[in-house]
Design a binder for this molecule. Sequence first.
Ligand code: NOJ
Length: 739
Amino acid sequence: MSSARVEKLLQSMTPAEKIGQLIQYFYFRLPERGDPSMVPPGQVEAVEAALAAGRAGSLLFVTDPATSNRLQRQAIAGNRHGIPVLFGFDVIHGLRTIFPVPIALAASWNPELIEQSQAVAAREARAVGIHWAFAPMLDIARDPRWGRIIEGAGEDPYLGSVVAAAQVRGFQGPHLGADEHIIAGPKHFAGYGAALGGRDYDEVDLSDQELWNTYLPPFKAAIDAGAGNVMSAYMDLNGVPATGNRWLLNDILREALGFEGFVVSDANSARDLAAHHYAADLTDAGARALNAGLDLEMAILDPAFEHLDEALENGQVDIERIDTSVRRLLSAKEALGLLDDPFVDEQAAQTVLNDPAHRETARKAAEESAVLLRNENDLLPLTGIGSVAVLGQMANSKRDTLGPWIFDYDLEETVTVLEGIRAHAAGLETPVEVTYAPGVPSPVRLFPSMFDMWGDGSKTDENFDSEAELSRAVEIATAADVAVVVVGERQDMIGETASRSTLDLPGEQLALLQAVVATGTPTVVVLMSGRPLDLRWAEANTPAILQVWYPGTRGGEAVANLLFGQAVPGGKLPFTWLRHVGQVPMHYAHTRSHDPSKQDRRYWDEESTPLYPFGFGLSYAKFAYSNLAVSSSSTPVDGVVTVSVDVTNTSGRDGNEVAQLYLHQRYGTASRPVRLLKGFRRLHLRAGQTERVEFAVTAEERRYWSAATRDWVLDATSFDVWVGGSSTADLHTEFTVTD
Ligand code: NOJ
């Protein structure tokens, strides 16, 4: 339903004016460090000409308030109705204040914190004139070779759904158009995470049961939370490109999931229907994308929707279909208040961008998202030491501290792990001496990243003296009480077009770690990555491993707080951490098979178990679960069972834990996964404290899409229930469901 104002506007528009509203252009503004030769020549001029001619309804990549106001004036002057443009942008994990990457936020298992983080991102974005984020990315990722695993919430549909809804609430606030908020744009619809071989953009084949039970639930959650936009994906889904896939964009998105907002293409993905050899030419591409359900085309140059006039003339599309899309776009502009006031206050924007409260939220998010993977003999937190040697290039790289998918960051105020440790150590009652050496040269990609045009690629340092540097690293490690080795993937080794064929620590980082451990100095591994890496050697040979992801603007401070015990880890893995790339794909929610007793011996040359299971993560405190109970041992199919459990902090220090509930259906119309996450609660428990936690298991948690009946079912059956601190929880109970 659209407003009278929108309907009136629509009635007064010519077909050409309407089509103009359905085109979104990149407006490239590269910072000083960028490479202008990478911008297609004449692109900026062509976009401004389109604005002046009323042939653009939206722009992306404008993040400067003065430029936003200037372009907005051009847009308004460029069409008879004074309709402003909608500015979209990749606000993935912050704008000026950079938060931990999305997979890290998911690892906090803290929906309130995730909501707050994206609310800060929205506030900064709105202040500079951005109306809409191309986020959250909701693609379930079960193949860590795929670089974009970092942008999502990992492998699990339940966690993914909770995180999705929290992000939508954070971006949009209480309602679409709320002050200081922006439109959320869940992406990429749908199935993108299952790219063949983990190779970005490659085809995806998914059965209906995988789509309904695993890949679509986060989108459903985002839509139920009111998301105003959805972005279509690039790849073929079951043989049809997602952006031209009517079944996907209409039957599923609109009819089954009830989405009422507007659908944008991914960059060039409508015009690329021709490149795909799916559409005959650009006119056909535009017509097929529109008819499939696309509303707005995102393009760098030469959009397929520029050819919609022709498609209209020759009957490939009709004006009612165009009207439907224009109505959706105008309604979004109206909801955001742009039809009344599309300009931003350039002065006020600076105050918002510099709000210290934003940086504090980012620090807290970095602390809550870290996952402690190993801590033998409580090496962490570090106490009573006189010196610490910090090793590794990534310890001292501001850009790597921030991670991928950022553009308007402020390097000056970014705190690296080394800087964080130095500042922390200097402030201790008995100051700790800090030394540093990079140890080994920076690893670099075989092929450049698409983001190199922003001047962000890691480079080979020709002057790096490998032999001397490694000796220096060994020397300072030998002299120190503790060594902290920071290793991982440089920020350009993860994200879009950053898939890998192995999961090894890139370059010579393992050699650095081995040399440091060989000194005999107790060694902590601080890992910066957005996917599981092969940590078998580190797990077997180092006492402590802390996964800090790419922790953001205040990341170094957060890591220092964690290492020295000012903050306590409590994050949990949002994916299965496998041992070796050969185990891909591996996720905890597999089905049982006819031979479950040999589940751990599926390979003869490696364990079939992960290195760390889904949901795993330690704290400095220890926890025990007891008194697991169900409110009733039997319930009707539509009934609710309440599961309750005592969680006790059995240690002498305060700590954080995430209590997790897993269900398994024993029999029914289909065989169901061995376990499925169906509830969780992040807890802060003081030393010795016990909290009773309750989970409601409703029919919704038991419902699934069955390939046998080709529909949603609720079986009368028995359920196993486990509650604990990871997907290997062993405290068990059960209940039955009756017809
Ligand atoms: C391509 C990516 O797939 C998408 O996630 C992003 O939002 C657009 N480019 C715009 O940058």
